[in-house]
Ligand binder design. Structure first.
Ligand code: AMP
Length: 542
């Protein structure tokens, strides 16, 4: 027997229409690229999102067209979130921190047709536009009178000229809820970057789950500062959950330093902020010496990399701010677990509570997880057995965009490449990573790319890149090199060899010359053995 309830697609357009109708005067505040503060309301977001949708219709761009962005967290980016996806196109948020070659590769792979960019990235767009074969329209996110002449970029228009004259009414299409809405590439896999293609359904379900009390607990009483970029898995879905809840949104624009973030938190009554540990390190580094305190901030969600216990402590003890340690992935939209205590834990001594808070947390409803051994056998949830972490759920990818890399699933489960334990209360803790990538300041560095560049040097016989712990960046890459017999290269010359071949921050911090790289039976480099050999190694400058 079927239930007799209405069938209504879960659509991104309904989020913005909801916030317009029920939270129309709710504020959205942005620090602009120009440096000033822009202030308007959810009704303004809705109105201008409809204008974006009309602008895309006017260009006759069919459903599914990929519209790329290279932009900071700001109100125009937010309008694109709703206008592009709501009208049936796919919002492709690109990471401006990538090397121009990588960006062009991704834009071509996605077959983007329009690129909207903040003026900060004008030089980047000037460098890549001629390599982006499918982009026919460039939109600079600025006022009409701020558009510079003679940029050399064809079909360049200012955002305000592009959408500003469009009607502010729009009939959002009643799409199938499985329609694609946004695309985000991740470099956290081997080989070329791969795209996670989200649907309206997965995004709206994730928005509900992310707002739950034991997730991010997002409500109409919140003022939320997503420091996590909108080009990192849709700022962890916060724009959607904020629209659903009618929360105030505060965008930091390009100013991510401790002073600017602190001032915005205080000026805008921010109650909840989200970001990777590196961002909070900069914030606490600014506050501690000056003896500054928060007036309104009551919680932060910290994820993307393991949150150092000292940071959880500092926020709680010195600032009375609760830290929600969270784990997720681009492939999970991104939320998988959030660390909130259960009732029975509240009476535990402080140090036992701290042990729990350091874990990556419990599954939010919708995500299922298990850990398995090398044979794929499920391991017990005893808090000790560590195994490969697999997940499934309605906001986990079934396949990468264009089926790159084949079927990623194992019996319907997505292998995360993380190694973890799960305890009897369901708290998951990451203990290691089986994927061969390094995460520095929340951004991926492919060890294979680092090795390939070294191997291209005529004096290098073999290269192995490994990540080393770093107090600010969490991890930094170093490259261990075996020289060819009779050939020579210095550390400095090899590091100089990386210049221009990869983004600056992806260049290894050091070269360590070794006689041999330990190899396994199948000829695979044994990086765990290499790490053991370098147990006493200290990164330069530490
Ligand atoms: P991304 O797809 O860039 O969001 O990266 C996802 C990966 O970042 C995960 O598979 C983990 O390796 C790592 N990660 C994310 N959150 C955490 C966390 N709280 N602790 C440790 N590693 C994390």
């Amino acid at each position: 027997m079927l239930g007799l309830m209405q069938q209504q697609s879960l659509l991104i357009s309904s989020l913005i229409e909801f916030s317009d109708q029920h939270h129309g005067d709710g504020e959205v505040v942005s620090r602009r690229v120009e440096g000033d503060i822009h202030r308007y309301t959810w009704s303004d977001v809705a109105r201008r999102s409809r204008q974006v949708a009309n602008a895309l219709d006017a260009q006759k761009l069919p459903e599914g067209t990929r519209i790329a962005t290279l932009a900071w967290n700001g109100y125009r980016h937010l309008e694109l979130y709703f206008g592009v996806s709501g009208s049936g196109r796919v919002l492709h948020t690109m990471n401006p921190r990538l090397h121009p070659e990588q960006l062009a590769w991704i834009a071509n792979h996605a077959e983007d047709q329009v690129l909207c960019f903040d003026m900060t990235f004008l030089p980047l767009v000037q460098a890549v536009h001629s390599h982006c074969k499918t982009i026919t329209q460039f939109v600079a996110l600025c006022d009409a009178d701020k558009l510079p002449e003679g940029t050399g970029i064809p079909n360049l228009v200012s955002y305000e000229a592009w959408m500003g004259q469009q009607p502010s009414t729009y009939d959002w299409p009643q799409l199938d809820e499985n329609t694609a809405c946004s695309l985000c590439y991740t470099s956290g896999t081997t080989g070329n970057p791969k795209g996670a293609l989200y649907s309206h359904r997965s995004t709206v379900l994730h928005a509900y789950a992310a707002a739950l009390p034991d997730s991010m607990c997002i409500s109409a009483r919140d003022s939320i500062l997503p420091v996590v970029p909108m080009f990192h898995v849709n700022a962890w879905g916060i724009p959607y959950s904020a629209a659903m809840a009618g929360a105030k949104l505060v965008f930091p624009g390009p100013a991510l330093d401790g002073k600017s973030v602190y001032e915005l938190i205080e000026a805008e009554g921010v109650t909840f902020a989200a970001g990777v540990p590196t961002v909070w390190q900069m914030l606490l580094g600014h506050m501690a010496p000056a003896g500054l305190k928060f007036s309104t901030l009551n919680r932060t969600v910290i994820g993307g990399s393991a949150c150092p216990p000292a940071m959880i402590d500092a926020f709680r003890q010195n600032y009375n701010v609760d830290v929600l340690h969270a784990w997720g992935m681009t492939e999970l939209s991104p939320l998988g677990t959030v660390c909130t205590l259960k009732n029975k834990h509240l009476s535990l001594p402080a140090e036992q509570q701290m042990k729990l808070r350091m874990k990556q947390g419990r599954c939010i409803f919708g995500i299922d997880m298990k850990i398995v051994d090398a044979e794929g056998q499920a391991l017990p949830h005893d808090g000790k057995s560590a195994g490969d972490l697999l997940v499934k759920g309605p906001w986990v990818i079934a396949s990468y965009y264009k089926q790159e890399g084949g079927n990623p699933l194992v019996d319907g489960w997505f292998p995360t490449g993380d190694v973890a334990t799960i305890d009897t209360d369901g708290f998951m803790q990451i203990t290691d990573r089986s994927k061969d990538v390094i995460k520095s300041g929340g951004e991926w560095i492919s060890s294979i790319d680092v090795e390939n560049i070294a191997m291209a040097h005529p004096a290098v016989a073999m290269a192995a890149c490994i990540g080393m712990r770093h107090p600010k960046w969490d991890e930094r890459p170093i490259v261990c090199v075996v020289k060819k017999p009779g050939a020579d290269v210095t550390r400095e010359a090899l590091l100089a060899f990386y210049e221009g071949k990869t983004a600056k921050w992806q260049i290894p911090d050091d070269v360590v010359f070794v006689d041999a790289i330990p190899l396994g039976g199948t000829g695979k480099m044994l990086k765990t053995r290499l790490r053991e050999q370098l147990a006493d190694y200290v990164l330069p400058g530490l």
